[in-house]
Design a protein around this ligand. Sequence first.
Ligand SMILES: *Cc1c(COP(=O)(O)O)cnc(C)c1O
Length: 380
Amino acid sequence: MKKPPTLPYYQPWIGEEEKNQVIDTLDSGWLTTGPKTKKFEQEICTYVGAQQAVALNSCTGALHLSLVALGIGIGDEVITSPFTFAATGNVIHHAGAKPVLVDIRRDTYNIDPQRIEEAITPRTKAIIPVHYAGQPCDMTEILEIAKSHNLFVIEDGAHAIGAEYEGRQIGTFGDMTCFSFYATKNITTGEGGAITLNDELLANRLRSLSLHGISKDAWKRYSSDTSWHYEIEDFGWKYNMTDIQAALGIPQLQRLDQFVTTRRKYAQIYNQELSQFPGSVVVPYESPNVKHTYHLYPLLVEKDRNGFIEKMHQQGIECSVHFIPLHIHPIYGREFGLKWGDFPNAEWVYEREVSLPLYPMMSEEDVWRVVHSVGKILMP
Ligand SMILES: *Cc1c(COP(=O)(O)O)cnc(C)c1O
């Protein structure tokens, strides 16, 4: 029997406009941060409804600079979820602060606001809620807690550009929101990220910190009269976005709503078909007050998750797991004494979670192929 072609876990959707824009940038002679980056930033502002956007080379850089710009550093504590990617926790350490993990809800897999308060100490300075899979966290409750304890809120929106909470785009709920344009995310610039916020002074500081702490960004520097002059005001980093990346991002952002619509449509097929196996799998729950982007489709498999992934692989379908909780990684154990058992909900989800392929490049036929493969494993 001929094996069907492998369905990859992810393939980016790159159209003619993306190619044209990149070639236009290459031909323009201006490759680094410049007019395309500015335009991309303006369009992000318009899309999410923020006053300011700072485009960067990654969401990791965005999260790091957010902490630094808000003055968070040595001796401080920052609360976040254990159910996230390395970046969220690592940048807290890079800023000089200590990550304090708070367990997730068993339904949304997002940080549980009811557990945040007990983790707050006099050293706590900020909360980083992670909108897991593209489902916004309980922002009303989180913002209330932050307000009453005088904490900053930096949203890890790596999965959440295009998501809505109570009818409003993710991007302006907290003090800053960080987005990712990594190859697999909702839209891509290859590698890339952005911070959105409503504070011009902070936005300028973020721009400076993204370019060595130099007082003017490269574009302004080379177009002013005293083009050679600059001042180093901070020990900054090199996190700026290039115009080649922004050239990809501009048309991608125009496609975002369509991408999210397709993701949601495919997720509905998965939900409908896979909820016919109660007891064997748990399909993702969607809160009534959000628009979920389904950056991920996290299916929980009750029995033998690893075996399930292997059987999907044998049928030519590649799956993944998001995430191995931070607290069970070696460095988090060594540095903070964390261990298995500390965050039972994150562990419960992790042990069962399988991310099924879900992306706009898939055809509806591919979606049904995944459904049938899951069915074959659950009802052999
Ligand atoms: C991908 C991801 C990041 C990091 O994004 P990069 O752009 O790759 O730096 C941060 N947080 C979460 C939850 C992610 O999935």
